[in-house]
Design a protein around this ligand. Structure first.
Ligand SMILES: Cc1cc2nc3c(=O)[nH]c(=O)nc-3n(C[C@H](O)[C@H](O)[C@H](O)COP(=O)(O)O)c2cc1C
Length: 320
């Protein structure tokens, strides 16, 4: 078994789930997490530049790496490089819808080409020393068969778990999640672990996902952006206590410190500014505070906007 039966898993999120980001989630109860997706061609041709994506803190309990690619030579070489590191699973991306990726026939576009998708995954499975899994989108909103066909191909190559994002490629990251297609995958492949993904950002959406998709294992993505406490909340809704201002502040400060260590201040604050906006979202902070977050480019700027945030007193009564 890869995941325990009630696993809550932090999704791979490109541009977000680096090691400092995952550390914040882990402080809030996240046990299972993924790296951002790593491009097979980048690992093949620019290994030194892309290997930061493979960083794993020593205390990370479970970490999967996610590979993206559509060229089998690059995939093979990338997998051999990944084998030098330590991961708990190697996941293959068959769900990324962005045009830059689709143009290379990788991600969700590759999933539309059954034969080639299975051949690529077979290459991953053949060369990986880690258990292999895949993350894909549903291929049709009404008919489960196209999705089941692809899943069957992946399972036959040795997939030990499949994460199903219940939206089609053209929906990108929003809109209806088609739970019944995820359920069809769950019911058809009892021999593997099926993880449900899409639209889980609250206790209600979590319970709905588990019931309608029949899956006890759920992957959190945008719902946990700026709200790593969602892990704690969903693990024990009855006893959940929202973060205090001090807890919220300390997570932001520690994540920023980790990013500065990893990338240097300039690059770190450039990345961190978008993360600050996620942390502000839905907590009742005003526009002036968001503007201050956008202008943060040093430790003293960070201290200044967090001090301002404290003065608003908003977190003492904000709904989480
Ligand atoms: C900014 C961003 C980056 C993402 N990066 C990845 C990625 O690297 N690999 C992947 O499989 N999915 C990626 N996804 C998709 C998410 O993992 C997830 O499948 C999707 O957001 C649906 O879940 P949600 O509705 O709970 O957010 C990304 C999504 C977003 C919004």
């Amino acid at each position: 078994m890869i995941y325990d039966s009630s696993a809550l898993i932090l999704a791979p999120l490109s541009g977000f789930t680096d090691a400092p980001y995952r550390r914040s989630a882990r402080k809030c109860g996240c046990r299972y997490a993924f790296t951002e997706m790593v491009d097979a061609a980048s690992l093949t041709f620019a290994f030194e530049r892309s290997k930061d994506l493979l960083l794993r803190y020593e205390d990370e309990e479970f970490l999967g790496v996610q590979l993206l690619g559509g060229n089998r030579d690059h995939i093979r070489e990338a997998v051999e490089k990944i084998n030098r590191f330590h991961f708990d699973v190697l996941d293959f991306n068959l769900g990324c819808p962005v045009p830059k990726v689709a143009k290379k026939c990788a991600g969700a576009e590759l999933a539309l080409h059954y034969e080639e998708a299975v051949r690529c995954f077979d290459t991953v499975a053949k060369y990986s020393k880690f258990p292999v899994t895949a993350k894909l989108r549903i291929l049709d909103m009404d008919d489960p068969e196209p999705t089941l066909k692809l899943c069957r191909g992946l399972v036959n190559c040795g997939a030990q778990a499949l994460t199903i994002h219940g939206r089609v490629k053209k929906a990108f990251y929003s809109g209806t999640v088609h739970h019944h297609i995820i359920k069809a995958v769950h019911d058809t492949f009892p021999q593997i672990e099926v993880i449900a993904n899409g639209g889980v950002n609250s206790v209600d959406s979590y319970l709905k996902m588990k019931e309608a998709a029949s899956c006890s294992r759920v992957m959190l993505a945008t719902g946990a952006m700026g709200n790593p406490w969602l892990f704690r909340q969903l693990s024990d809704p009855a006893n959940y206590v929202p973060p205090t201002f001090e807890e919220w502040r300390s997570i932001i400060e520690e994540q920023t410190r980790g990013m500065v260590e990893l990338y240097g201040p300039e690059c770190a604050y450039r990345h961190a500014r978008k993360i600050y906006h996620d942390y502000l979202k839905g907590r009742g902070f005003n526009g002036a505070l968001r503007a201050l977050a956008s202008a943060t480019s040093s430790e003293s700027d960070l201290r200044a906007w967090l001090d301002e945030a404290e003065k608003t007193g908003v977190m003492s009564h904000a709904a989480q």
